[in-house]
Write a protein that binds this ligand. Structure first.
Ligand SMILES: [Zn+2]
Length: 334
């Protein structure tokens, strides 16, 4: 038997061995895949000046396809072409849920709380990720809310409506609180096809529940001596981005200015999630332009894990996302 025959036979026998157990193999593969999915919560450490920072995964938001949520008015062929150019698939898209934690002295400041356990198991991993990082939910002293969409405040309450972060003070812009708890939140400039009333009920219930623990901030306020707020309205009326600074270093958290790299390539294609579609586009262009000029390190809630990187300008109000490269699984050196 020559070497080639031996190789053929070994391939044949291994396929014969595999064949009878194919069904059970597929089943156990699925089970281990499910198990693995449940265990992919986690965190990434980095330091900026005196701040110890963690990016924590709350999971992801699944989208069956990139359209119509992103680029609802653009032709499919144009979208598919740009998606192919940036090596992105157009079906079964996953949007990250990246939650920042700032350790500053005796404060543990969480930026938003993720989607919580009110929806499907693709999200709501934040408590698990905190646990893996050795942090108990009771240790969180402050929660900065960027805006009141469900994927940012859903993690405040558990399924029984009990506060998860029992010792936290909350920070939210007055505009945002007033919008969701007001009589008739105006969605007339949105292209979202979903049920606005459900979103309003969900968000206002949570905001009312924490009302006596809220500290309201104004755009431009500096909180915790390290976080400068900036209103970036459009996604929601009180949507707030911020710069984080310590010593001579800084970075900018652009929150929901973009949900996918496609909106960095083509900011004007827009997204249905914006409460004001056109204002969302104008704000996105303005913020991306500034970030490209300043060459800031950016954090983002929904770009692929861990949502850190830079933006370069490629044309008139078009840009490219350059994800931050790092060398070890759990730590970034800036
Ligand atoms: Zn979001």
């Amino acid at each position: 038997m020559n070497r080639r025959t031996a190789l053929k036979l070994s391939a044949l026998s291994s396929s014969l061995i595999a064949a009878p157990s194919l069904m059970s193999f597929t089943k156990s593969k699925q089970q281990s895949r499910d198990k693995a999915q449940n265990n992919t919560s986690g965190f990434l450490q980095f330091q900026m000046g005196d701040l110890d920072l963690l990016m924590l995964s709350d999971g992801y938001v699944p989208l069956p396809s990139i359209q119509p949520i992103v680029a609802p008015d653009t032709s499919a062929s144009d979208v598919n072409l740009t998606m192919a150019e940036i090596f992105q698939k157009t079906k079964d898209v996953e949007l990250g849920l990246n939650i920042l934690l700032i350790n500053k002295g005796d404060r543990k400041i969480l930026i938003d709380t993720g989607i919580g356990s009110h929806f499907d198991s693709s999200g709501g991993w934040l408590p698990q990720s905190l646990e893996k990082a050795g942090i108990a939910t009771d240790e969180i002293t402050d929660i900065f809310i960027t805006h009141a969409h469900r994927d940012h405040i859903g993690g405040i309450l558990d399924q029984e409506g009990i506060l998860i972060f029992k010792n936290a003070t909350y920070y939210i812009s007055q505009e945002e609180f007033d919008f969701w708890t007001g009589k008739n939140p105006d969605f007339s400039a949105s292209k979202y096809q979903g049920d606005h009333q459900k979103s309003i009920a969900f968000s206002s219930t949570i905001l009312r529940k924490i009302e006596d623990k809220i500290h309201f901030y104004q755009s431009g306020d500096v909180l915790f001596d390290c976080l400068k707020t900036e209103l970036a309205a459009g996604h929601t009326p009180g949507h707030t981005i911020f710069s984080l600074f310590s010593k001579d270093q800084s970075l900018t958290h652009i929150v929901d200015i973009v949900h996918h790299q496609l909106l960095i390539e083509k900011p004007h294609w827009g997204i249905q999630f914006d409460v004001d579609f056109n204002k969302g586009i104008a704000t996105r262009k303005k913020v991306l332009q500034k970030m490209a000029e300043q060459k800031d390190l950016l954090l983002s809630m929904h770009l692929p894990w861990p949502g850190m990187g830079h933006i370069i300008q490629t044309g008139d109000a078009t840009f490219k996302w350059i994800p931050l490269a790092y060398s070890t699984p759990k730590r970034v050196s800036l």
